[in-house]
Design a protein around this ligand. Structure first.
Ligand code: GCO
Length: 396
């Protein structure tokens, strides 16, 4: 197995998106069915999203215009393998052009293989509870490796497998809409096996790039006797993943806020300033989660952090706090190799539809015209100046 080409001096400034949230038209997925079913409680369906399947060049121009080092986006499995064993080469070709489009613009392409959605054939066969899931994801990872591997700068196997498990099998808010503690635990276990097989498949293909998974992390605070519940929940959400990362090249940390936990579980909301997601404005969660993540013993990358808000000045204030928190963690000696703001575009926020706006760039819901917000210029300037300055960074 080749060693990861993650030079210690590397620090990437980037922004992130996910296929389903921006491409549009991903009908052949469990999420599409979840949103459009008669009993759906989703705010609205995804529909054309940001039309990025057609406008990806414009998206890459926006990233390049900000002078960022890296762009994290995802490949949609349902496009690549619409039915078991049937590979759509034209979809892989399109993703290949995106990866090359990054390179042409001096942007390091960071690709996620699974970001929340499953092809219908997988969902119908039992999704992450299907006996075949590990092998299917391994085969899919091999396909992506063959098609893109020689040009990749970094790969994330699974995005927030713990959120897929928690929201889909415990809270009932993501497909398949289940609420069952034992299934939540079993899916987390299956996820860890899937990751390993995907990681090995990516490493066996062309190219030489760091491979890891991304984990949803948060600052948790016990209220009203919630200590034991907090420990049990965090063990499942974070600690079992952190304890098993030694074969990886990095861990992606994704953090947004602080959650209160009482004896019954998560208490949504909180006192004080909230974001449009309804949870606390808490940029300090970046440093907090990085310090916890350090126990994984591998280099860390903040693969997502940002804020859903209609007030762009609040976004700048949030990012300011987040970067200060990141800087403090690095100054303590934490090995952090990059920061990816979530998100480039105002996009589809799952059950909340197009309500919460995480973008540095506004997207007109009718014309899909992209308009950078002041926070885009602010972030570009900050990334260029902080802390090492241009030239100390690696662009690919
Ligand atoms: C996540 C997600 C994104 C969300 C973001 C904001 O990984 O949770 O990757 O899909 O849009 O976190 O809630």
């Amino acid at each position: 197995m080749s060693s990861p080409p993650f030079a210690p001096a590397t620090f990437w400034w980037g922004t992130a998106t996910a296929a389903y949230q921006i491409e549009g038209g991903n009908e052949n997925t469990d999420w599409w069915r979840f949103e459009t079913g008669e009993d759906s409680f989703c705010a609205e369906p995804c529909g054309p999203a940001c039309d990025s399947w057609n406008r990806w060049e414009e998206d890459l121009d926006l990233v390049a215009g900000m002078g960022l080092d890296a762009y994290r986006f995802s490949v949609e499995w349902s496009r690549v393998e619409p039915e078991r064993g049937r590979v759509d080469r034209s979809a892989l070709e399109r993703y290949r052009r995106m990866v090359e489009g990054c390179r042409d613009r001096g942007i390091a392409p960071v690709v996620t293989l699974h970001h929340f959605t499953l092809p219908l054939w997988v969902a119908d066969a039992g999704g992450f509870e299907a006996p075949g899931i590990v092998g299917w994801l391994g085969d899919y990872a091999a396909l992506v490796a063959d098609a893109l591997g020689d040009e990749l700068a970094m790969a994330c196997t699974l995005n927030e497998p713990n959120i897929v498990a928690a929201m889909g099998y415990l809270a009932g808010l993501f497909p398949p809409g289940a609420s069952d503690q034992a299934r939540f635990v079993a899916v987390n276990e299956a996820m860890r096996r899937c990751h390993e097989v995907m990681r090995d498949a990516l490493r066996a293909g062309p190219g030489d790039f760091p491979v890891g998974l991304t984990l949803s992390m948060a600052e948790y605070e016990a209220v009203e006797g919630g200590e034991a519940t907090l420990e049990a929940y965090r063990t499942e959400m974070e600690d079992r993943y952190l304890a098993t990362r030694d074969g990886d090249d990095f861990l992606g940390v994704q953090c947004y806020t602080k959650h209160l936990v009482d004896a019954n579980g998560l208490v949504w909301g909180g006192e004080g300033e909230l974001t449009s997601m309804g949870y606390p404005f808490w940029p300090e969660s970046v440093g907090y989660t990085l310090r916890r993540a350090a126990r994984a013993g591998v280099p860390l990358v903040v693969t997502e952090n940002g804020i859903g808000t209609d007030d762009d000045a609040q976004r700048v204030r949030y990012l300011e706090g987040a970067l200060a928190s990141l800087g403090a963690a690095r100054a303590e000696g934490l090995d952090v190799r990059g920061y990816f703001q979530w998100s480039l575009l105002d996009n589809f926020e799952w059950i909340l539809g197009y309500g919460p706006r995480f973008g540095l760039v506004e997207v007109d819901r009718v014309t899909f015209a992209r308009t950078p917000k002041p926070s885009a210029a602010w972030y570009a300037e900050r990334a260029a100046a902080w802390p090492e300055g241009p030239g100390a960074r690696l662009s690919g």
